[in-house]
Design a protein around this ligand. Structure first.
Ligand SMILES: [Zn+2]
Length: 314
């Protein structure tokens, strides 16, 4: 019986691993540092060794493992990743190379897609089949799940919601992708702070945010909860732009639920409520009341859950 799954979340500093039962019980979690030396050429060997060691530790034979899922920080098509700047990788056939090293089936997707699958399997989106996961961290990532399958897309850019352009975004902040005015520039943790700072600069309004050194997104949301007017304006800019993009996604693939994860989502229900309020202004009438907005629940473990789930369903 193939009763076990491994989920691997490959990040720029650490590689996280999870051993799961087929049903989704997490039996073990461990991590190793990401060795980026020599263009990251040892990374897949390190992953294979870590899994071999863990199999031995638990006395599990390879025949009992259904497969290994892995999330990588770059666009993926057919198991091949096209440039991971964080790892020093160019084009790497992760599936073929890791399968050759470990002798087990390997399934690969983008890290945000994997996190979305994790939330679908055992997190904020559990019980749904059509979900859009949006991670609001340093940047904004996303995953589109349709009928339980994650959409990588033609060039692996499916779910790259952070780089949706916002029409008439005043100022048009530059984005890391090279464009201006991407959703990420106003809705990521960095973006929320950027907007709040700009609002503070352009108004004489008293605000508790003026007293904060090294302003963080959390400070902005905390102040908004206490009705600080500048913080509330920054929250509204965040909610309006994200709500607008959600309304467009909603008429494209009509998800049952939007799930928000990443550092910003730790602000809690104020996030879902504000986005939902603006979403209703923009959304097609049939979607307004039916579309759910929820918070992610797996935190940093979403990646290992989702990677294991990918090995389960592929
Ligand atoms: Zn961008």
């Amino acid at each position: 019986m193939q009763n076990y799954l491994y989920g691997v979340d490959l990040g720029g500093t650490t590689i996280k691993f999870g051993l799961f039962t087929y049903e989704g019980e997490n039996l073990d979690k461990f991590e190793i540092p990401t060795n980026k030396e020599n263009e990251g050429s040892n990374i897949l060997k390190d992953i294979a060794t870590a899994i071999e060691n863990n199999l031995n530790h638990h006395g599990i034979v390879k025949e009992a493992v259904r497969g290994i899922g892995i999330g990588v920080p770059g666009p993926v098509t057919n198991g091949i990743v096209n440039r991971c700047i964080n790892l020093g990788w160019g084009v790497v056939n992760v599936k073929a190379e890791l399968e050759a090293l470990i002798g087990l089936p390997v399934y690969v997707s983008n890290d945000a897609n994997i996190a979305g699958l994790g939330e679908l399997w055992r997190g904020g989106g559990e019980g749904y089949k059509n979900l859009v996961f949006i991670t609001l961290g340093t940047g904004v990532g996303g995953a589109v799940v349709v009928d339980g399958k994650v959409i990588d897309g033609f060039v692996g850019a499916g779910g790259e919601i952070g780089h949706a352009s916002i029409p008439n975004l005043e100022e048009g902040f530059p984005c890391n992708c090279g464009k201006k005015g991407c959703l990420e520039t106003v809705a990521s943790a960095t973006g929320v702070v950027r907007v709040a700072k700009q609002l503070l600069e352009h108004s004489d309004e008293t605000s508790s945010l003026r007293e904060v050194n090294d302003l963080q997104a959390k400070d902005v949301f905390d102040a908004a909860k206490l009705n600080d007017r500048v913080a509330t304006q920054a929250l509204e800019v965040f909610g309006k732009n994200l709500g607008y993009i959600c309304s467009i996604i909603a008429i494209t693939n009509n998800p049952e639920v939007f799930v928000f994860g990443g550092g910003v989502s730790k602000a809690g229900n104020i996030i879902t409520e504000t986005v939902q309020k603006h979403f209703k202004n923009y959304a097609f009438y049939a979607l307004k009341e039916e579309t759910q907005f929820k918070l992610a629940t797996l935190g940093n473990d979403a990646g290992i859950y989702g990677a294991a789930y990918l090995a389960r369903i592929e």
